[in-house]
Design a protein around this ligand. Structure first.
Ligand code: NAD
Ligand code: MG
Length: 391
């Protein structure tokens, strides 16, 4: 029986993870769960799964939850320290890191430092802390399994000995992208798109932030950096290919000319179950892939003129140090401002570009450097927005 700590239980990945736990009560048990503010969703989780510990983002949310679930014997907690403590708890075997954004970094690292198997959905934590993050994984001999569907596909398509093994045989990683809802929009058409349009992903149902990132291709940019850290490559060794059907989740190209791909219906339960059951495989209740129904798979090159975020991510990688934390922080501010209709869709990439070009990039010696860069970039981005640069 594997004890699961589910960070970000009320989100899209969180709900799919609960679905897999519920399908396999003989294999998994929910030991602990966290959410920021969604009290009612969390109350429902507490009733269904009876975890030992639950952590909310604020005291008020904790108190409300405790009131709603006063008949249950769950320990209701709140705040950063509690979040880190549930990830490191003795009763936990696996941590599902499914918090949205940079907020996921510290609790994910807490699980790694406690040696827990880490199922990484929260790409922003790896993107921002990159080398430090991977060094901790190595130091604590942690099994790190990528849940992001592309990276999960790459992991499955690499030789199964260990991450980074047989590197000399790999010639390219081929990262597929759906292209998002605006794949065929002109720049002019993208100017006026609304948050609701941007959130409507053609193939995947996901949280708001990652949906906007998919529409702006920042998600693919973050995933490019994520792939570089996970598989020890540079952006030059990764080809991004737009594949609108999202059936091939990514590929690995080998020096003998072989290309190995992982395919499946676009449902996050597949990579989630893979991570939870690795090295075995379990049922997910995802309908089997019918290639005859899919009929055609299409591919095209990404257009960085319309989607500059993809290039910005590669630039940030080559700048190194805190550049990736700066880009990520700016993008989190940009997405929030777009969702609140304080700026337009194209301003997301403009803001990212401007802050990345003007912020001071330093080397990363410790986590403090990452946190400092994150706050500095957020402030810079907010200043630019409030000066009405985008008005
Ligand atoms: P979501 O917005 O649906 O859920 C986010 C979860 O994190 C919620 O439980 C929320 O309460 C919690 N949370 C948000 N802000 C927080 C904060 N400041 N402190 C503590 N908890 C906080 O997001 P999602 O779509 O499930 O995505 C979660 C992560 O997984 C993201 O990093 C995303 O990029 C990654 N991911 C998601 C998908 C997907 O299909 N949804 C696919 C690949 C990767
Ligand atoms: Mg992905």
């Amino acid at each position: 029986m594997q004890g699961i700590c589910l960070l970000g239980a009320t989100g899209s990945i969180g709900q799919s993870t609960l679905d897999i736990i519920a399908q396999h009560p003989d294999k998994f048990t929910l030991v602990s769960a966290s959410a920021n503010e969604s009290v009612e969703k969390m109350a429902d989780i507490c009733r269904r799964f009876q975890p030992q510990r639950v952590v909310m983002g604020s005291q008020q949310a904790r108190d409300e939850l405790a009131r709603l679930c006063s008949d249950l014997s769950v320990s209701f907690e709140w705040g950063q320290e509690a979040l880190e403590s549930i990830a490191a708890d003795n009763a936990v075997d696996q941590v599902m890191a499914a918090i949205m954004g940079f907020a996921g970094l510290k609790p994910t690292l807490a699980g790694i430092r406690a040696g827990k198997r880490t199922l990484l959905a929260n790409k922003e934590s790896l993107v921002t802390a990159g080398k430090l993050f991977m060094d901790e994984v190595t130091r604590h001999k942690v099994v790190l399994l990528p849940i992001d569907s592309e990276h999960n596909a790459i992991y499955q398509s690499l030789p199964q000995t260990a991450l980074g093994a047989h590197k000399q045989d790999v010639s390219k990683i081929i990262l597929t992208a759906s292209g998002g809802p605006f794949r065929e929009f002109s720049l002019d058409e993208m100017k006026a798109v609304t948050p609701a349009q941007a959130c409507k992903h053609p193939n995947w149902s996901m949280g708001q932030k990652i949906s906007i990132d998919s529409a702006s291709l920042m998600n693919k940019g973050l995933e490019l950096i994520e792939a570089c850290w996970l598989f020890d490559v540079t952006p030059d060794e990764v080809d991004v290919v737009v594949h609108p059907e999202s059936i091939i989740h990514s590929m690995v190209s080998y020096r003998d000319g072989s290309v190995i791909a992982q395919m499946g219906n676009p449902d996050m339960k597949i990579p989630i179950a893979y991570g939870m059951s690795w090295p075995e495989r379990i049922e997910t209740q995802v309908p089997p892939l019918s290639l005859i129904d899919v009929a055609r798979l299409n591919f095209e090159a990404p257009d960085i003129t319309r989607f500059p975020n993809l290039k910005l991510a590669a630039d940030a990688w080559f700048m190194g140090g805190t550049a990736m934390a700066i880009l990520n922080a700016t993008n989190e501010i940009a997405v929030a401002a777009f969702l609140e209709e304080r700026m337009g869709f194209l301003d997301i990439a403009r803001l990212n570009e401007q802050v990345l070009a003007s912020a001071t990039v330093t080397q990363v010696h410790s986590l403090d450097d990452v946190f400092e860069a994150d706050s500095m970039a957020r402030q810079l981005a907010l200043d630019i927005i409030s000066r009405g640069f985008f008005a």
